[in-house]
Design a protein around this ligand. Structure first.
Ligand code: AMP
Length: 172
């Protein structure tokens, strides 16, 4: 666990002054850390009968797709506005730096699908809360949240619905 924590690189003032950016790329480039991270992310949800894993653009795609494979689930990308080619549902929200709109293909979730939402970092929780809103629009059930890193001072998990597990491997 120590080496994972040390592998995350904090880049000050990126992409804007005042942001302490958590860079996960040193974990991705190390095969042992990559495997360990995937195991830790998957562990809490192995018996959760997940139908779909959602990965949030763009760093959420990396472990999101791997998680889907190991949990025997499908993968759904949530993307920034205008990137998905077919009919979409969309939600606008505030984030740590600026505001944004995210979209998901309207037919990606089947009614009653058990959905796990994954991203690399939870900061204010706005993005994950918006992703949960998209799942609701698609009539799926969010059964868990999965993050590699959590910025605890921002209390992002406080913005997520109560009673649904929120797992993060590394707390900052
Ligand atoms: P939030 O909606 O505030 O929870 O922000 C989460 C989204 O912004 C995720 O997609 C993160 O990848 C990105 N993000 C926010 N703050 C940081 C940070 N300090 N380091 C890396 N990524 C961040």
């Amino acid at each position: 666990m120590h080496s994972l924590l040390e592998a995350i690189r904090t880049i000050p003032d990126f992409p804007e002054p005042g942001i302490q950016f958590k860079d996960i790329t040193p974990i991705l480039s190390d095969p042992k850390l990559l495997r360990r991270t995937l195991d830790l992310l998957a562990e809490p949800y192995r018996e959760a009968r997940i139908d779909k894993v959602i990965g949030i653009e763009s760093r959420g795609f990396i472990f999101g797709a791997m998680l889907a494979e190991v949990l025997d689930a499908g993968f759904i990308p949530i993307r920034k506005k205008g990137k998905l080619p077919a009919k979409t549902v969309s939600i606008s929200y505030d984030l740590e730096y600026g505001s944004d709109t995210i979209e998901m293909h309207a037919d990606a979730i089947l009614s009653g699908d058990r959905v796990l939402i994954h991203d690399d970092v939870i900061a204010t929780g706005g993005t994950a809360a918006a992703a949960a809103g998209l799942v609701s629009l698609g009539h799926g059930d969010v059964v868990g949240y999965s993050f590699l890193a959590e910025l605890e001072a921002l209390n992002g998990r406080g913005r997520l619905p109560e009673g649904i597990p929120v797992e993060s491997i590394l707390k900052f």
